[in-house]
Design a protein around this ligand. Structure first.
Ligand SMILES: C[S@@+](CC[C@H](N)C(=O)[O-])C[C@H]1O[C@@H](n2cnc3c(N)ncnc32)[C@H](O)[C@@H]1O
Length: 255
């Protein structure tokens, strides 16, 4: 089930770990030390409620030193049933045109909120590939898939600057609340373009500027920025018409 053949350098992994500290609130939840925060409460910057657990490294994304090795803790928030209401996973999957037998990747899969939905959509002849730079997240997803009997789920630990996906191998790529963590996004976009088979597309779901949940405002990306980054990688991109309560969707296709 697991392909861990490529591994990020420790520096890359550290950046990813720090990246997610700021995203601990990004799916309507708090960092572990702010564990009492309800998913629908307005979200504060991590440093406001977690300041004794990290320091600012001053990197481009403002990421924080924060251990991210407890998926079970995060899953209580990221996989909370209340999330369905604003996340609308089935509507996203329908918009994505996912069909039985397809191969679909979830990049930055985290605690696997989308995995059961994707698994059902592609069916037993399809494949879901969960990609994450945190090995503990992938282990969590593998355990979840085993428990739920999801036999079409694989996991991949990517190398630095890439996705772990093979060239021309996937029909759809879903990236939720993760894009702003990815360094060198224009290059990464070009990398993703090469992973798609003909007719494939990338679906980038991220928080509106004024969403009550999400990363600190200064780290949020306007949809126009994501469109431009995807186009720089060779895609045709646009904001999708499906309007979610808290997030926009940028869809990138290959002409
Ligand atoms: C806020 S979580 C979102 C998880 C999930 N997509 C969701 O919406 O519940 C961001 C995830 O992206 C992962 N991540 C960060 N940088 C990444 C990268 N360059 N490639 C793949 N995953 C990455 C983190 O480890 C983390 O699990």
């Amino acid at each position: 089930m697991t392909d861990h053949s490529t591994r990020p350098s420790w520096q890359y992994k550290l950046v990813a770990v720090l990246a997610c500290a700021s995203m601990a609130v990004a799916v309507g939840c708090s960092t572990p030390s702010g564990a009492d925060e309800a998913p629908d409460k307005p979200i504060e910057e991590p440093r406001d409620h977690d300041q004794h657990h990290h320091h600012d490294h001053g990197d481009e994304a403002g990421h924080h030193d924060h251990s991210f090795d407890d998926p079970e803790e995060y899953a209580q928030r990221w996989n909370a049933p209340e999330r369905d209401q604003w996340q609308q996973p089935e509507a996203i999957i329908e918009a994505m045109g996912i069909e039985e037998g397809m191969t679909v990747a979830d990049i930055g899969a985290g605690t696997g909120y989308f995995i059961p939905f994707l698994s059902e959509a592609v069916g037993e002849n399809g494949t879901v590939i969960a990609v994450d730079v945190e090995e503990s997240m992938l282990q969590f997803i593998e355990e979840m898939a085993n428990e739920k009997g999801l036999t079409n789920v694989e996991t991949r630990l990517p190398g630095e600057g890439e996705s772990g996906l093979d060239e021309a191998s996937v029909d759809r790529i879903l990236i939720v609340n993760t894009w702003h963590h990815i360094p060198n996004r224009e290059e990464y976009s070009a990398h993703l373009r090469e992973r798609l088979i003909d007719g494939g597309s990338v679906w980038n779901v991220d928080f509106h500027e004024d969403s009550p949940a999400g990363p600190p405002p200064q780290h949020r990306l306007a949809p126009e920025v994501v469109v431009a980054e995807m186009e720089a990688g060779g895609f045709t991109a646009e904001v999708h018409e499906l309007r979610l309560e808290r997030q926009y969707i940028v869809v990138a296709t290959v002409e």
